[in-house]
Structures are given as C-alpha cells and as structure tokens.
Design a protein around this ligand. Sequence first.
Ligand SMILES: *Cc1c(COP(=O)(O)O)cnc(C)c1O
Length: 387
Amino acid sequence: MVDLKAWLSLQREKGGLRSLRPVVRRKNGRVTLAVDDTRELLDFSSNDYLALAEHPLLIAAAQQALSRFGTGSGASRLMSGDLSVHHELEEAVARLKGKEGALTFGSGYMANAGIIPALVDRHDFIFSDRLNHASIHDGCRLSGARLLRFRHNDLNHLEDLLKEKRGRGSALIVVESIYSMDGDRCPLRELVEIKERFGCLLMVDEAHATGVFGQNGGGVIEEDGVGEAVDLAMGTFGKALGSYGAYVAGNKEMIDYLVNRARSFIFSTALPPAVAAASLAAVQLVRREPDLRRELHEKTTYFKGLLRTGGYNADLGSSQIIPILIGESAAALNKADLLRQQGIFATAVRPPTVPEGTARLRFSITRHQSKADLAQAARALLEIIDI
Ligand SMILES: *Cc1c(COP(=O)(O)O)cnc(C)c1O
C-alpha cells in the first residue's frame, strides 16, 4: 500500500499533482471557472470540435428520447436495457463507417478495455503504437496477450517487430488515426499493406477523427479509403459528436462475436436513451453537413498560419489538435496559468498522459472560435513561448 501523504506531497513538489477544476458556466465556447468570477475564458481545451454539444438538433433529440424512454436505460443491453434507439444509432454508425454493423459501449475507455481482451489472449500478439491512448493500453494489458509497442508512427519499427517477434498466434495491430495529444495522423494506407502482408487484425481508434475527417465525416479511414481493410473501426461520441459513449464498427460476425464476448458491453448498463438519441442526431448531422468540417478546418489553418507568421516553427500536427511542446510539467502549468490571465483556457498536458519531459499546452480548435478569438489566442501564446 502506498503512503498516500508522501505520494501526494511528492507529486505536488514535482508539479505532477492533478486536481479537478469545475467549469461553472459554459456557452458558445466560453467558460467561467468560478461562481464569483464574471470573466469568461475562451475555451481551447474542449474536444467538442464541431460545437455539437450545444446544437439544437442534439438537444431536441435528447429531449424527445427523455420523454419517450425516461432517463436511464434500466439494464444492460442483453438483459432488458436494449432500446430501439440503440439499434438506430448502431445502424447509423455502421453506415457512417462503411461497415456491416456496429456496437455501442458506455464510453471509449470501456470500448477499448472490452474489445481488445475479447479478441486476443495470452497465446496471441498485440502490436500497439507507443502513443496509443491509455484505454487502448489498458485493454492490451487486460487481454494478457504479448504486447509489443512500436515507436510512434514508425512502420519500419512495426515491420521489424512483426518479423522478429510474431509467433504463430493471431496478431492485432492497434493504432489511432489522429493522435489525441500530438494531433498527428497515422499513415493508414501503408499500415494496411503491412497488416495484409502479415495477416493481422487491424483496429483503428478514431476518437478525434470521426465527424472531422472524410467526405461524410467517416473519419480518416474514409478519407484514406481504407475502411474495408480496417477490421475494427472504433470511435467515441464524446468528442466531435458532442455526446457521450463509444462504438465499434465491423463486419457482422465481428459484431455478433463482441455482443457475446466483450465484457464491458455485457456487464454494463446500456447507454441512457437521451444520450443515444443525441449521438444518433450527431451522426446524421455530420453526414448531412460537410460545412461543419470545412469551417473547423479553415479555422485550424488560420490559427496555425498566425503562429507561423509569428515565428513559431515547431511541429503543429496535422489536425484540429495543436500541441505546443513545453518540456517540464511545472513550466507547462505556469504557461497555462499565464494564458488564463489573458483570457485563454488551454490545458497543460503532463505525464503520465504524455511521456516524461514532453509536457505541453494542448490547443483544440472548435467551431465556436471566431477569427478574432483565434487571433487573441495566438497573440497571447506567442508572447509566452520561446520561439
Ligand atoms: C478520449 C479517448 C478515448 C476514451 O473515450 P471516452 O469516451 O472519453 O472514454 C479512447 N481513445 C482515444 C484515442 C481517446 O482520445
């Protein structure tokens, strides 16, 4: 048992102690952090990229589901919590991702922690990008499979590991299409070639890509035209889709199998109907309105352009997630504080969320931000970072 007091004070010293900071009001991409504080901060910390969490269609869909089904789903899907709205949502997701079927989960964490152990066990191998989200990592460890982590986005390293280490068991390759803390992209086309050559299953987490990329908002797998080759197209409703929960899309056998084997699906209460209905409205909306994406990408390009013009030359990623590398945790926290004083709310991301020595400010661009907001944020940021 750890000494709690000692652990907490050590973390406090290192600038590694996290604490909760409630937002007391949030509207139109502006947040207030204290009840007695009238100042609004521009929110650059939210994953609600398309600003759907406040969209009238999602709110109306949730309200309708509330009056039709009540607040809770009442049971797990395999018991009596299986509602028609869950099926409508799964059909819409399957269409969006170009797959035969889909299955919803309580959250992205639960999806990854349930799907991976259902597919591989201690006789098998997992090849996982080193920067994969903690929920993927935990799913891998829970599975008991032999876990081999390749250097971030380094497919040569992956190929070496496959040649050297892969035994006779089955093998799962798992990646994200857009990395949540770096905003960069997995080279999916090249990865598909490798997956096919080595006969592996491929799982792609599109938490930050669904709704944002692809002609219909189907994610990077749609944009890169690799949907067919991706065996498990996983993603969440809690980010660009403005709701909560997660899904995986795949062929019919895969979905039937997971219904029977994914423990985080089986042993957990079904998504609340209002949440499922809001997710359904979001999936329909992102298909119908490519302008939502276009606007987000324009704003992202504009913001990055301002940073470049201001002399910032480091990597800015290739998505709406923009990492500003700082280094030490304490320095990142300090810079986040300085930004807050300038009316900008961007999160300092620290270990263990990112590797030691790579603490950063994470800016996410959302549709809420106007050009003036983006200019204000770029100015404030350029003032406090070393160029
Ligand atoms: C956010 C995220 C998750 C977890 O999803 P939740 O619904 O928040 O639990 C999983 N994978 C990635 C890549 C994420 O960014």
